[in-house]
Design a protein around this ligand. Structure first.
Ligand SMILES: Cc1ncc(C[n+]2csc(CCOP(=O)(O)OP(=O)(O)O)c2C)c(N)n1
Ligand code: SF4
Length: 297
């Protein structure tokens, strides 16, 4: 074994470290999420060149910058379509999206629904702090009713979105919730999510210590309980929907729902012969290729 490949084989969380110093506030829940993600990738035996981490815009969306791996920061709300393109071009790559609740469920809400429906094999980790943090504390789609913020000085009027319920109803293959304060449990959830074929959502309770003084570490820990300890079978859709709707005094964490699907890319006729990036243009026939090029130029 060469020295280079021996180094490659010594996979540890340090393999994912880079020189960038996070600009996250001390105590931000995003640190725990990044630690959990690194640990999950190590547990899965995935090397930095075998993964692409895609994000949008927001505090949580800075994560790809802080990891030594392929990464792409897109525009606000658009990481899912970017991740879909990356996965379709490179089906062997592990593709992970990390973004905030505003990015995922607000401006990116339509992409969220269709990612769940389409079931391309990607894992979506939502850093859900129930606030728009990067833009300094406006209410988000998951902010609780009555929550006072800069854009809701008299309290949020509408009911919050229930992302787990929406993901299940839209067709997601795997739906889980974790907590940034429990990185070991969270890394187990991410590991299972990455292994599960199709679109996998891991919604994470992520305290924002600067702009959300209500949904704090204490607030979450007083309410969360492990759904596995209730004997829940995540294949039971009706039971899963009931857990997905539960929010308030008790908040379930763990694998809420899963079902077997054939990921979209495995049924795509254009990919039957393998990734297009790995095929010769001559596969198409030189005349057909030139005719297509002419027609579209
Ligand atoms: C098209 C567009 N609209 C609005 C913004 C401004 N903006 C930047 S981040 C952000 C919200 C971020 O909130 P969230 O996704 O919940 O992430 P967090 O910062 O809380 O991690 C907004 C509205 C933008 N950058 N682009
Ligand atoms: S503002 Fe909130 S979400 Fe952003 S880095 Fe600070 S604690 Fe984290």
């Amino acid at each position: 074994m060469s020295e280079a490949s021996a180094v490659m084989d010594r996979l540890s969380v340090k393999s994912y470290a880079n020189e960038q110093k996070p600009t996250w506030c001390p105590g931000c829940g995003d640190y725990g999420i990044m630690a959990a993600l690194k640990q999950a990738l190590v547990s899965l035996g995935i090397h930095p060149h075998q993964v692409a981490i895609v994000s949008g815009i927001g505090c949580g969306s800075k994560l790809p910058d802080y990891m030594h791996a392929n990464g792409y920061m897109g525009i606000h709300g658009r990481p899912l379509p970017i991740a879909a393109g990356i996965k379709l071009a490179n089906p062997d790559l592990t593709v992970i999206v990390t973004d905030g609740d505003g990015d995922a469920y607000g401006i990116g809400g339509n992409h969220f629904i269709h990612a769940a429906r389409r079931n391309i094999d990607i894992t979506h980790i939502v850093e859900n702090n129930q606030i728009y943090a990067l833009t300094k504390g406006q209410y988000s789609p998951t902010s609780d009713q009555g929550f006072r913020t800069t854009t809701s000085p008299w309290g949020v009027i509408e009911e919050p979105m229930k992302p787990l319920e929406l993901a299940i109803v839209a067709g997601a293959a795997f739906v889980a919730r974790g907590a940034a304060s429990e990185p070991k449990h969270l890394s187990e959830l991410i590991t299972e999510a990455v292994r599960h074929p199709g679109y996998s959502l891991v919604d994470v309770l992520q305290p924002c210590v600067s702009f959300n003084k209500v949904n704090t570490y204490e607030w979450y820990s007083e309410r969360t309980y492990r759904v596995a300890e209730t004997g829940h079978d995540p294949h039971n859709r009706e039971a899963a929907l009931a857990f997905a709707r539960e929010w308030g005094d008790r908040i379930p964490v763990g694998v809420i729902f899963k079902r077997q699907v054939t990921p979209f890319e495995r049924s795509l006729p254009g990919l039957v012969k393998g990734p297009v990036t790995a095929r010769s243009l001559d596969d198409l026939g030189r005349d057909t290729f030139e005719a297509l090029k002419k027609r579209h130029s």
